[in-house]
Design a protein around this ligand. Sequence first.
Ligand code: MF3
Ligand code: CO
Ligand code: CO
Length: 252
Amino acid sequence: MVIIKNPQQIEGIRQSSRLAAATLAYTAGFIKPGISTEKLNTIAHKYIVDHHAIPAPLNYGGFPKSICTSINNVVCHGIPSPGQILKEGNIINLDITTILNGFYGDTSATYPVGEISKTAKKLIEVTKKSLDLSIKSLKPGRILNDCVGKIIEPFVIKYGFSVVRDLGGHGVGLKFHEDPFIFHFDKKQEKIILKPGMIFTIEPMINASKNYQVVLDINDNWTIRTFDGSLSAQFEHTILITPTGFEILTSL
Ligand code: MF3
Ligand code: CO
Ligand code: CO
């Protein structure tokens, strides 16, 4: 069941989403060779708590940290750790979700660590562009997958990249993950019509390879990696459908 949020809920989710965006920008400012993902986690955790909010990942389904840090071939849900040190040439996704006054905002972005390869640059650029193109197409009355999967997949495959299929976007706001599940590829499914007051994430995970398969690390039961070891990038926004189009709630 897709929830239509009321004006008071929308304002709450907007405030939380802004904080998530601010946390992401602040934390990303510390990315450099030599810093550990644990340190990035601590920085984000403190920023969120100092702004009277709670980091949603912490203890979510047993997740042990406050943010997700996913490096290179890690697709998502990487766990920050003191022994994991960023190196020149890495790419890293920071995924931040805040709970402010009970409302959730969810956003992520992928960043270069120092100088990165041409392929890594292209992957980041194309992944970001695929999200932007999808968002721009959102409008009440349109079919959700027409605006998401049917825009993102054809765009990224032109570059020899692929769309991860096992994970997707989601309704968000009153809970971390709400209906609907949002496919970032062309999916023949029950057609969901966009309506004002819907709030959901779009968060394409794009592999720098034609192989979209992923594997779960059974040692921690969280870390998801590309099957073939290729790089993967992701960008995520929390978006509101408005009477005339959309509002990116996770913008500053
Ligand atoms: N933030 C992720 C998403 O975009 C979910 C992370 S779940 C966690 O949906 F437990 F790993 F934090
Ligand atoms: Co999300
Ligand atoms: Co997220």
